[in-house]
Design a protein around this ligand. Structure first.
Ligand code: FES
Length: 234
């Protein structure tokens, strides 16, 4: 690991009362440097956190966000869980796999170079009301079709960064891994991420209807009266 990663590792560890509690962000940190969690990355985490490599491996192989082979500039996650699958997610995944010539957790292009993509099918991405959804580096592209998904990956392959439907502007996987470890290098991107729309109108529809009709959840006995429902952003 490079010198900066050593410095950042110390910063991460200092956030926790016990070093081993820092393992999850540490794994994101090594993934930010290498584009995946290598054996060297596992050994680095173990040494820094006074764990065994077996303990670190057990965690790194449990969570799907930690990749064991080098990833592309972008990670394209296609939700193929029940609702997305029924509304076209399976067709989208099959078409993208054919278009890119890769399968689950496989990469097209030289890993890490501009336009390289790693494809994966994902479990529910917590946006079922906007199905079928795709994430690129964990940013949402809602209400996809086979055609819009092909347009999206074609643009990514050309080195473009189409804006997500909501959330932060698209960067690249290594930048996002660094953010997940708790570091932001680009203040402009960070500010844009905070300012970006975080919720879709579909998600707030129930709140909107409740607000229009003056509905509120009844307070439980002994509790303060319920807050009025959130208003949909105009
Ligand atoms: S099933 Fe795809 S987001 Fe929930």
């Amino acid at each position: 690991m490079n010198e900066l990663t050593h410095v950042r590792a110390k910063e991460i560890i200092a956030r926790y009362p016990v070093a081993r509690s820092a393992l999850l962000p540490m794994l994101h940190l090594v993934q930010a440097e290498e584009g995946f969690v290598s054996q060297a990355g596992i050994a680095f985490c173990a040494e820094q956190l006074e764990l065994t490599t077996a303990e670190v491996s057990a965690v790194a192989t449990f969570y799907t966000m930690y990749k064991r082979t080098p990833c592309g500039e972008h990670l394209v996650s296609v939700c193929t869980n029940t609702l997305c699958a029924a509304l076209g997610g399976d067709d989208i995944y099959a078409r993208l796999s054919e278009r890119l010539g890769v399968g689950h957790e496989e990469t097209v292009g030289e890993p890490g170079t501009t336009g390289s993509l790693t494809l994966e099918h994902a479990e529910c991405l917590a946006a079922c009301d906007l199905a079928p959804v795709i994430q690129v580096n964990y940013e949402y592209y809602d209400n996809q079709t086979v055609d819009s998904a092909v347009e999206l990956v074609d643009a990514l392959r050309r080195g473009e960064k189409p804006p997500p439907t909501r959330g932060a502007p698209l960067t690249d996987l290594r930048t996002v891994e660094l953010e997940l470890a708790g570091f932001t290098e680009d203040e402009v991107v960070a500010a844009a991420a905070v300012a970006g729309p975080s919720a879709a109108p579909e998600t707030l529809r129930g709140n909107t209807i409740a607000a229009e009709r003056g509905w509120a959840a009844p307070a439980l006995p002994g509790e303060h009266p319920a807050l009025p429902p959130l208003q949909e952003k105009k």
